[in-house]
Write a protein that binds this ligand. Structure first.
Ligand code: HEM
Length: 206
């Protein structure tokens, strides 16, 4: 038997598509800027700067769509969790991903309308969307408009701190992207989740 549940509202799907494309371009141009060498240019420096700036601004505006979309569609409820007992939920899901799934055990947190993320997904999405992306976007604006950045903090240059935050944030998002795509392939069929984030419908085959 196959059951279908509507998990991804249109606004969230539009946000996700723009976000994924912007982040992919930001990672490619960001790596090119970080390791730029005039002798071996991976990409023309001025072109990489222009694409990085445009995608960064697009990402920032799109982030507003995520926040607003989450509020008006009610999707935000999936990003709220109780701290009490959460570690044990994370452990249960980690056990399932590392051992249980290979023994054919049932998932400890089956997907339904009220719980569309398992605890590991939920935790990683909350950290990325409500901590890392804001740091990345704010530090990006600081680097785009250096005049708004404070000169010094405890004898360390404000621009240096802003730059470090931006590089560390970019690194975390790059690692997240790989892990995210890998975990999205886990399930009865490897492309099932990718289909869901395009159509909005999650299909479960019992
Ligand atoms: C090529 C790039 C990407 C692909 C193929 C992809 C794929 C997917 C898929 C299949 C889902 C639905 C499964 C699930 O709920 O976990 C999903 C959801 C999600 N993805 Fe991605 N993703 C990509 C990039 C990103 C990036 C760059 C971010 C954040 C920086 C991100 C954040 C999220 C979030 C927060 C959700 C849950 C959305 C919601 O329903 O509220 N994704 N993604």
């Amino acid at each position: 038997m196959s059951t279908k549940i509507y998990l991804y509202p249109l606004l969230i799907r539009i946000w996700h598509l723009i976000n994924a494309l912007a982040i992919i371009f930001l990672i490619i141009t960001g790596i090119s800027l970080q390791y730029s060498d005039p002798l071996y240019p991976f990409m023309r420096f001025d072109l990489a700067v222009a694409i990085h700036n445009i995608c960064g601004i697009l990402l920032a505006f799109n982030y507003i769509i995520f926040i607003v979309g989450n509020i008006i569609t009610g999707n935000s409820k999936h990003y709220i969790f109780r701290i009490k007992g959460y570690i044990s939920k994370l452990m249960k899901q980690s056990y399932y991903y590392s051992i249980g799934i290979f023994k054919g055990e049932a998932p400890p947190f089956p997907i339904n309308e009220s719980n569309k993320f398992n605890p590991l997904q939920q935790f990683s999405y909350v950290v990325i969307m409500y901590l890392v992306l804001p740091i990345l976007i704010i530090s990006g604006f600081g680097l785009l408009f250096p005049e708004i950045v404070i000169n010094q903090l405890q004898k360390t240059s404000g621009i240096f701190i802003t730059d470090m935050l931006h590089i560390i944030g970019g690194f975390i998002v790059s690692i997240f992207l790989f892990v995210h795509i890998y975990f999205c392939t886990i399930g009865k069929k490897p492309f099932k989740n990718f289909k869901s984030i395009i159509t909005g419908w999650h299909e479960d085959n019992h």
